[in-house]
Ligand binder design. Sequence first.
Ligand code: NDP
Ligand code: MG
Length: 385
Amino acid sequence: MEKIRLAVTGATGSVGGAVLDICARFPRIFEIRALSARSNAKKLAELGRKHNAGILCLTEPEDKNWREEGFLCLTGKEGLAAMVEEPSVDHAVFASSGVAAIEALQKALTRGIDVSLANKESIVVAGPWVMPLVKRADQLRPVDSEHSALWQCLRDAPKNELSRVWLTASGGPFRDYGAEEMERVTPEAALKHPVWKMGPKITVDSATLMNKGIECIEAMQLFDLPAEKVGALIHPRSQVHGMVEFIDGTVKLLLSQADMRLPAAAAIAWPKRLPLAENGLPPIEPAGWELDFREIDEKLFPCFALAREAGRLGGAYPALLVGADESAVKHFLGHEISYRAIAEVISEVLGRYGGNPPKTLEEAVALVEEGEKTADKICRDRRNR
Ligand code: NDP
Ligand code: MG
C-alpha cells in the first residue's frame, strides 16, 4: 500500500503534536514530508529529524537567514503555500493557529489533495472563499473534535433529512460558577481546563465559551447550515462530542475519549479507521457513560452570545470577532484587563463597526487585523482611565 505523505502546519503546537503522535504510531501508513511552525526553529528542527521530514517551513523566522542542515527550508506565507504544492505531498494538515495559512489552505484544496483542518480561524474568517474550493466529498476533513463528530455522524446523509446539529462543550473550569465568582477569575484559573490539554489562547476561549461560539460559526461554514440549525450544549463529561438530529427525530451522536489524537486519526486515515486502542491509546469504558446536557447561560457566558450573534449577522462580524478576541485574550493573559472585560471589549469592537461586509478574502483578513487593533486600543484606554 502506498503511504499517505503529509505536510503539517502548526507542527510544534498542541494539535500538531496529536497528528505527529498518530503518524509515529503507524509508520507503515504515514510518511511526514513537510512540517511548519511560526518561529520555533529549534523544536521544528527536532521534529523534522525525528519524523524524517524533508521540508521545513517557518512563517516568521527570528533569524532572516535561518537554515537547517539536511532540509529544504522555506519561509513566509509563500513558504507554506509552496509546502502544500510540493508534488510529493498528498495530504495537508492545517494545525497552525491564526489566519496565516488561509492561502495555503486554498492552494491545497485547489490542487485537489486531501486536507485535514484543525485551524478554525481560517474557516470562520474565510469560509466563503474556502468552501467553494472543496472539489469532492471528504476532501476537507474536520479535525476540531466536535466537527469531526458531526462529520462522522453525518456521513452520506442527504441534506434534506437533517434537522439540527449540536456541538458539546465541557463548559470549561467555570461552568458551575455564579455571576459573583466570575468577577474574580484570574488568567491562571482560566488556563486550567478540566478536560482538554490545549494551547493557552484556545484554553481561555474554552473557559469563556467563545470557543464554542466560534465553533458554531465553523459548523455553519463546514456543513453549510443556517445559525438556527446549529446549537451547543454543556456536557460536563465531554464524552459526547457532537450530535445530529434527523427529520424523523432520530439522533446520532459520537462518543469517545476526549483526546485530539482520535479526530486527528479519523481525518488523516479516512476512509480507514486505525486500531488506536491496540496501539496504546486508552479504550473507552461504557460503564461510565452519562448523557447529561445543559443549556448554555448566555448571561454568564457573554462571549458565547457575542459569537452566536456574529454568526447570525455574518458579513464582517465573524472576522472582527476573531481579531477582537485574539487581542482581548492576550490582554487578559497579560493581567491587563479582567476576565469580564474580555466580552465587554469584544462587544465594543463589534458595536463600533460601521463598514460594509468584505467582498474579497483580503478584506476579510484585514477585518481580523482591524478587530485586533480596535480591541488593543480599547484595552489601552481602559488601563489609562
Ligand atoms: P498552539 O498554540 O499549541 O500551536 C500553534 C501552532 O501554530 C504552533 O506550531 C505555532 O508555531 C503555529 N503558528 C502560530 N502562529 C502561526 C503563524 N502566524 N503562521 C504559521 N504558524 C503559526 O495551538 P493549538 O494546537 O492549540 O491550536 C492550533 C489550531 O487548532 C487553532 O486554530 C485552534 O483553534 C485549533 N484547534 C485546537 C484544538 C486543541 O485541542 N488544541 C482543538 C481544535 C482546534 P510556533 O510554535 O513557532 O509558535
Ligand atoms: Mg473543538
